[in-house]
Design a protein around this ligand. Structure first.
Ligand SMILES: *[C@@H]1O[C@H](CO)[C@@H](O)[C@H](O)[C@H]1NC(C)=O
Ligand SMILES: *[C@@H]1O[C@H](CO)[C@@H](O)[C@H](O)[C@H]1NC(C)=O
Length: 379
């Protein structure tokens, strides 16, 4: 990397430590370039500007990661400008995303075929990513290099969605970090970040069991302090046990999921079903039994509200409530969880998930959010 070799000179050391990555709030949308004068120097410099804060989309969406640059002197051969995008995880692991050198471009890994340079004009290093996945969430580094110099900026890609606590049929506090990652994946989700859990706490999530987060820390959100959950005198907040041993220690998980390319519904049937019958009933309806993450996404994003307990894929019994009412599990909205009964019990209905078959139906679905079945007037 350019920077390593140039660290030896005073100028480059200066460049390395000066705050030349600058942000330019309102100018991003207008596409204007605010000239940020950083250093008086005749070796020239590349200056990279990225949007402060974050850009927000959802699973399946399209997003631009904004990044602009200019360089002095301005007559640098454009074929010698290198643009490089890298994803940076909380654990400071770097994943190649995209690189362009002059007209040559290359996307890496899961970004192949769905990422391109925006190319609105000189100095534009922004990239457009299509069909955003849960894994795309995170922090991206935009680095621009010419022969002499190098600068970088960061863009945070945020997703709309929902955080949910999860524990498996085997019970509470049974998951090490890797198993927590796996159960979230099985429920159509990923381990939540601290920022996502914090946002969920602001929106009212109160959960008295500690769960793994994506960065390897273990935390839990409390809005109503009580003695069973830490101490009553402690202020509300996200309680943090810190980074725990990823193989040896066991907790629950906090998972995150985002928009669905499909619809969750309660299957209407005459009689109650046991678990194997529930799975078959969804299959016969050209669908699959819903995963926990799908039920949460439907509740949060599609406002699915149904006061009937149903099987979901992991063998738990749940139902989603948007408009709380006394007969339906208490005063707060949420997805109710009745635990993991014997799979032979014929006591419940079933929630199914049907994937959209084409892009047009995805559009149509965004426009007609599912109305709660009962009690719409209580909005
Ligand atoms: C979008 O990505 C998902 C995987 O994340 C894939 O299953 C789906 O086919 C993709 N859709 C399109 C239109 O490429
Ligand atoms: C919702 O409506 C159905 C019939 O319209 C009724 O059987 C059911 O009890 C209602 N549920 C609630 C929670 O009001």
């Amino acid at each position: 990397m350019m920077m390593i070799s140039c660290l030896e000179t005073i100028t480059c050391a200066l460049l390395f430590f000066s705050p030349i990555v600058s942000t330019y709030p309102a100018d991003v949308e207008k596409g204007r370039r605010r000239v940020v004068h950083v250093m008086e120097d005749d070796t020239g410099a590349v200056i990279v500007q990225t949007a402060p804060g974050k850009v927000v989309t959802h699973r399946g969406g399209t997003i631009t990661l904004p990044c602009r640059y200019h360089h002095e002197p301005e007559d640098v051969d454009p074929n010698r400008i290198r643009i490089k995008w890298t994803k940076v995880s909380d654990a400071f692991q770097f994943e190649d995303v995209f690189v362009a050198l002059g007209r040559q471009q290359k996307a890496f890994g899961s970004y192949i075929g769905r990422l391109s340079l925006e190319q609105t004009g000189p100095g534009d290093a922004s990239v457009i990513i299509h069909n955003i996945s849960l894994q795309d969430y995170g922090r991206y580094e935009c680095e621009v290099t010419n022969d002499m110099e190098d600068d970088m900026g960061f863009v945070n890609l945020d997703l709309e969605g929902v955080v949910f606590p999860y524990y498996p049929p085997s019970g509470r506090y049974k998951l090490n970090y890797h198993q927590a990652e796996e159960v979230c994946r099985q429920q159509d989700a990923i381990l939540a970040s601290h920022a996502q859990l914090h946002k969920a706490w602001l929106e009212g999530l109160d959960w008295c069991n500690a769960g793994w987060l994506e960065d390897g820390s273990v935390q839990y959100p409390i809005s109503h302090p009580r003695d069973q959950c830490g101490r009553k005198e402690s202020p509300p907040g996200v309680r943090n046990y810190g980074y725990r041993h990823k193989d040896d220690e066991r907790y629950d998980a906090f998972c995150f999921t985002s928009n669905l390319n499909g619809r969750v519904y309660f299957l209407k049937r005459f009689k109650k079903v046991n678990y194997p019958e529930a799975v078959k009933a969804c299959q016969r309806d050209d669908a699959a039994i819903a995963k926990v993450g799908q039920l949460y996404a439907a509740w949060k994003i599609q406002l699915l509200d149904r006061c009937e307990a149903g099987w979901v894929e992991d063998g738990s019994i749940r139902y989603p409530i948007v408009n709380p009412r006394t007969r339906c599990g208490g005063p707060d909205p949420g997805v109710r969880n009745l635990g993991f009964p014997d799979k032979k019990f014929r006591l419940y209905g079933v929630y199914c998930f049907r994937r959209n078959t084409d892009i047009r139906s995805t559009q149509a679905q965004k426009e007609t959010t599912t109305k709660p079945a009962n009690g719409t007037e209580s909005f």
